[in-house]
Design a protein around this ligand. Structure first.
Ligand code: NAP
Ligand code: GDD
Length: 352
């Protein structure tokens, strides 16, 4: 008997989570189809190492142009790819930016999820093929938290345009599950980081600064609120949980977290001290990084995921900080070498 290759369709494949998820699914034997936005410059750096030329006979990773703001591209791709699993990770995912661009954020995050859900519903109905759907919900939805720790039954209280948009995407997913017999699950993921984290999120901004300060490429790092607390895990662990949710007989919603929380200040202390520096000498305040409404404390209780999925985080905060700082020290070292070499070439040229 020959087994059918499972096909996964991933939005947000060029992002932090998309790149880890694509690697994970390829390692499980999936054919991975990623949605990418047309851009005038390359936006595929995070998946370069796993990209395969689609013309190769056995290529198992394929990229398709499209956009969550364009329903037609999503419906067409459902028919073309015929996926067994769909992971909706695409989003304007920066909370601070969502205050500057609320309408665009709602369009990609809320309407984007609805457009994709509807394309999946339509394809499932037309083809009779069952599709499993994952929605990237967020701990940001707990906002001004109603209880601590936060679990699946904790009421939401969103505090940003991003979180409001994620609320709609979350409830649309639940509604499609209940209305159309769609195997649709929401992962309510707490903050997760990695060396691939976007450089304007606070952890990566800090670890990039540690590397560059250590190498003499930067003097200070300007941050906003150091008192807010987050439950930070490792992205590589969290994408496994997404897949596990779609392997269950029944769709459901799960909190994914570490169960530990630290302030931004504590993250600074740990990251700078890993490089032998004192954060107090290098962290400065800039009000531009404050938000009109802040989420003060996030701390997740992932007992349901532990019990039902058998999922547990493998990386603690110390391991995460070390992984990110070590990576960014190396990146800064390379940057310095290139800068010095450029300088040397420039000097030689001026002597030639
Ligand atoms: P990320 O690094 O910011 O990646 C976002 C991805 O979405 C990128 O691939 C981006 O493409 C794509 N995208 C943006 N707008 C799009 C559009 N209109 N159409 C199609 N694709 C679009 O985010 P992440 O950290 O990997 O997070 C993945 C998902 O989980 C997001 O939905 C995020 O909101 C959610 N989430 C993240 C966390 C976390 O702590 N990381 C926690 C909870 C939930 P480009 O490369 O072209 O920009
Ligand atoms: N980005 C940023 N930059 N945040 C700062 C800074 C700064 O210079 N200074 C202080 N902070 C504080 C923010 O005010 C916030 O309280 C905290 O650091 C974390 O900010 P981010 O790293 O931007 O993450 P986030 O918690 O707002 O959102 C992330 O996690 C959500 C899950 O809870 C994003 O990945 C969201 O997409 C995700 O849903």
């Amino acid at each position: 008997m020959t087994s059918v290759t499972r096909r996964a369709f991933v939005t947000g494949i060029t992002g932090q989570d998309g790149s880890y998820l694509a690697e994970f699914l390829l390692s499980k034997g999936y054919e991975v189809h990623g949605l990418i936005r047309r851009s005038s410059s390359f936006n595929t750096q995070r998946i370069e190492s796993i990209y395969q030329d689609p013309h190769l006979p056995h290529a198992r990773m394929k990229l398709h142009f499209g956009d969550l703001c364009d329903s037609n591209s999503l419906s067409d791709l459902m028919r073309k790819v015929r996926p067994h699993e769909v992971y909706n990770l695409g989003a304007q995912s920066h909370v601070r930016v969502s205050f500057d661009m609320p309408i665009y954020t709602a369009d990609t995050v809320a309407m984007g999820a609805l457009r994709l859900l509807d394309a999946v519903r339509e394809f499932q109905q037309e083809s009779g093929q069952q599709v499993r759907f994952y929605q990237a919900s967020s701990s940001e939805q707990y906002g001004k938290v109603m209880e601590t720790p936060q679990k699946e039954t904790t009421p939401f209280y969103p505090r940003s345009p991003y979180a409001c948009a994620k609320m709609m995407a979350h409830w649309a997913t639940v509604n499609y599950r209940e209305s159309y017999n769609l195997h649709a699950s929401c992962g309510i993921l707490f903050n997760h980081e990695s060396p691939r984290r976007g450089e304007t999120f606070v952890t990566r901004k800090i670890t990039r600064a540690v590397g560059r300060i250590k190498m003499g490429l930067q003097d200070k790092v300007f941050l906003g609120n150091l008192d807010s607390k987050r439950d930070w895990g490792f992205a590589g662990d969290y994408v496994k949980a997404m897949w596990m949710m779609l392997q269950q007989d029944k769709p459901d919603d799960y909190v994914i977290s570490t169960g530990k929380t630290y302030s931004v200040r504590e993250f600074c202390e740990m990251a700078f001290s890993h490089a032998g520096l004192d954060h107090k000498d290098f962290v400065a305040f800039d009000a531009r990084y404050l938000r009109p409404a802040e989420v003060d404390l996030l701390l997740g209780d992932c007992s349901k995921a532990k019990a039902k999925l058998g999922w547990e985080p493998t990386t603690d905060i110390k391991g995460l900080v070390a992984m990110m700082v070590d990576h960014d020290m190396e990146a800064a070292r390379r940057e310095k070498t290139l800068r010095d070499a450029g300088h040397a070439v420039h000097n030689r040229a001026s002597h030639d």
